[in-house]
Design a protein. Structure first.
Length: 283
């Protein structure tokens, strides 16, 4: 019975950390047997899951980041072993600081143990921080945006499970960080400073890859929800820029019959919300 109730397993292939040389095995989420009961898709393209009677709450995002259990260097599985040699020294020197910051935000984190909600959230914070070590060809800015958004989602789950500990406030901070990263990633891509060819899985969640169009949509949505409010003129200019982003998504949708339906539905809803804010600012 104990074996049947396991929700994860240690992958067979060994991974060697490029920063400290530690050998370890990734923890992977098991599938099937009613472990994951898909629920609603939020406007942020986050898939919610209903608790399983047999397994309880399962958080797929907790298993997606690869983290060295000794030095806490982290990234996507795709990039973990690809850190350029000339960037290793920077990651080594930052070990103490990244551990201190994680321990400041997340209580009792231990990556020698199986993943759960808390160290799952901490793992994505480490991804966000560790992409500072990667050069532009890895598309680090957008990957930081995805990591920040995932951290925010898991912090929201922590707030529901452990209320009254200000995890909701932390979730908001990480979503604001995601907003900045998404906006900056699109700006850099358009300016030719950092292309997005290094991103294979745009996510932003684990159930579906919404691709570049999803990144464009989220850059607009996050700006609407979490962008700065202190300058009404700049805010209105930003909302106008979101309209152009939406038009670009619809243009791509017309050219591709394989466009994910849920994304276009959320784009329509964003358009309505955008017009509402712009009309209110005119009155």
């Amino acid at each position: 019975m104990a074996a049947e109730l396991k929700i994860s397993f240690q992958a067979k292939d060994k991974i060697t950390c490029p920063v400290c040389g530690t050998d370890f095995h990734r923890e992977e989420l098991r599938s099937g047997s009613g472990r994951l009961i898909a629920g609603a898709l939020t406007d942020e393209l986050h898939r919610l899951y209903d608790p399983s009677i047999k397994y309880g709450d399962v958080y797929p995002l907790a298993y997606t980041a690869t983290v060295c259990p000794r030095c806490w260097f982290a990234s996507t599985d795709q990039d973990f072993c690809e850190l350029p040699p000339e960037r290793i020294d920077r990651a080594q020197k930052d070990e103490k600081k990244r551990k201190e910051l994680v321990n400041l935000i997340f209580p009792q984190v231990d990556f020698m143990e199986n993943r759960g909600l808390i160290n799952g959230a901490a793992s994505h914070y480490l991804v966000l921080r560790s992409y500072d070590y990667f050069p532009p060809e890895f598309s680090p800015t957008l990957k930081q945006g995805i990591a920040a958004l995932r951290t925010g989602w898991l912090l929201e789950s922590m707030d529901k499970k452990y209320p009254g500990q200000h995890f909701d406030w932390l979730a908001l901070l990480f979503k604001k960080k995601a907003q900045f990263c998404y906006t900056e990633a699109i700006r850099r891509e358009e300016a030719g400073e950092e292309n997005l060819s290094g991103v294979k899985l745009f996510g932003p969640d684990t159930d579906k890859n919404y691709g570049y169009e999803g990144a464009l949509y989220l850059s607009g949505l996050l700006l609407l929800k979490y962008g700065p409010l202190n300058n009404p003129g700049n805010r209105r200019e930003s909302m106008t820029s979101i309209k152009r982003i939406i038009a670009k998504i619809f243009g791509m949708g017309k050219a591709s019959k394989g466009k994910p339906g849920p994304l276009l539905e959320h784009v329509k809803e964003l358009y309505v919300r955008l017009n509402q804010e712009l009309n209110e600012s005119d009155s």
